[in-house]
Write a protein that binds this ligand. Structure first.
Ligand SMILES: Nc1ncnc2c1ncn2[C@@H]1O[C@H](COP(=O)(O)OP(=O)(O)OP(=O)(O)O)[C@@H](O)[C@H]1O
Length: 361
């Protein structure tokens, strides 16, 4: 666990980068710092590994003030990933990753063997190990950067806009990879981004910052999207908050109809293995959009139901076999109790109701 207690950084020129920040970063989870340029995100991150020393306040790592720990020892327990990966240009990929284990005193063979394992862990083919960084794509370089940060098996990982220099498709892949790695490794991750989409995708806890490192809101992504603290946070979150929030909710609770159900003249055709092939009916054959209740979100289920000619998404298991049909109504029902419709006669057509002043007449 990392704790910021009244952390403040004033630069000699009088600039206040961060003022009096109190924050708990829970162990084994991903905490994302997000906010506009210059709000103090990088400063906060670097306070943890003492690349920046607070002018007042302190940062605790598992209850110990980081200022009391020798910087070199502290940094051995903290992986650090930055934008553009920050690899050594003149060293091959494998040696880039093996650098820290070598510094920790491992012999060359052990360090390289560990580096090869890490290369595989971050999803890079073995042949990349002998290349130099300039021979890799931006996304591959970022993967090497993550592998290098993991090389000493540090309990804490600091990530400063690690994926911002790559295109959106590669970026989505890297985000996916980080979530997969985290589900295996359970590191304490402090991740900086200025991209709110990335923040809600990756964070267990999202900290929205304003200038001088002031916290506008600290919450889990679902709470952030559905209950922003104020208009400023809502504006920062942008449009379609409700729909994006559905992307964070699992589709496990959607009630399913049997696969053979006839829906407005449409029936699902499946192959010999039980996998859906098409919707058939009304003299037509149309694609059958699917979702996996165990892995996908309510947003994916709703999307598949909206695209289906039968008005229902096909639920599939891990082998792609159809397990049931989710109508649009069933997906909406899984959102929870609806706000009651106004009863007949309660509709107002000429503007909002004006309440009687209290205590009047
Ligand atoms: N050495 C320095 N001297 C004076 N001011 C500094 C120094 N380093 C950073 N700052 C200022 O401190 C503030 C916070 O900087 P920081 O890099 O932490 O912001 P950030 O939120 O990470 O920004 P970005 O998203 O643009 O990277 C900024 O106003 C910056 O100009």
């Amino acid at each position: 666990m990392i704790t910021f207690e009244g952390a403040t950084k004033r630069h000699p020129d009088g600039t206040v980068a961060v003022e009096g920040l109190d924050l708990d970063v829970p162990a084994g989870r991903i905490t994302v710092l997000v906010g506009p340029s210059g709000c103090g995100k990088t400063t906060l991150l670097r306070m943890v590994n003492r690349m920046v020393e607070p002018t007042s306040g302190r940062v605790l790592l598992n209850g110990e003030d980081v200022a009391s720990l020798p910087a070199a020892r502290l940094r051995r327990g903290i992986g650090y990933v930055i934008q553009q990966a920050g690899l050594f240009p003149h060293r091959r990929v494998l040696d880039n990753i093996a650098t820290v284990p070598r510094l920790l005193g491992r012999d060359r063979r052990t360090a390289r063997a560990r580096a090869a394992e890490l290369l595989e862990l971050v999803g890079l083919p073995p042949e990349t190990s002998r290349r130099y960084p300039f021979q890799l794509s931006g996304g591959q370089q970022q993967r090497v950067g993550v592998a290098r940060a993991l090389a000493a098996d540090p309990p804490v990982l600091l990530m400063d806009e690690p994926f911002s220099a790559v295109d959106p498709v590669v970026r989505a892949g890297l985000q996916e990879e980080l979530l997969r790695l985290q589900s295996e490794l359970n590191k304490t991750v402090l991740f900086v981004t200025h991209d709110i989409e990335e923040a809600v995708r990756l964070g267990d806890q999202v900290v929205v910052l304003r200038e001088h490192g002031r916290i506008a809101q600290c919450a889990d992504p679902h709470t952030l999207l559905t209950a922003p603290a104020d208009d400023g946070v809502a504006a920062f979150l942008g449009r379609d908050r409700g729909l994006r929030g559905l992307g964070l909710r699992p589709a496990t609770a959607v009630a399913l109809l049997p696969v053979g159900t006839d829906l407005h003249g449409w029936r699902l055709a499946v192959d010999a293995g039980g996998r859906p092939t098409a919707w058939e009916g009304n003299g037509e054959r149309r694609p059958a959009p699917v979702f996996a209740p165990a892995a996908d979100s309510l947003r994916s289920a709703l999307d598949a139901a909206v695209l289906s000619p039968a008005g229902a998404a096909v639920a599939v298991d891990g082998y792609g076999r159809a397990t049931g049909l989710a109508t649009r109504a069933a997906v909406l029902a899984a959102l929870g109790p609806a706000v009651p419709e106004p009863a007949a006669g309660e509709h107002t057509v000429d503007g909002p109701t004006v309440e009687e002043p209290a205590g009047g007449r």
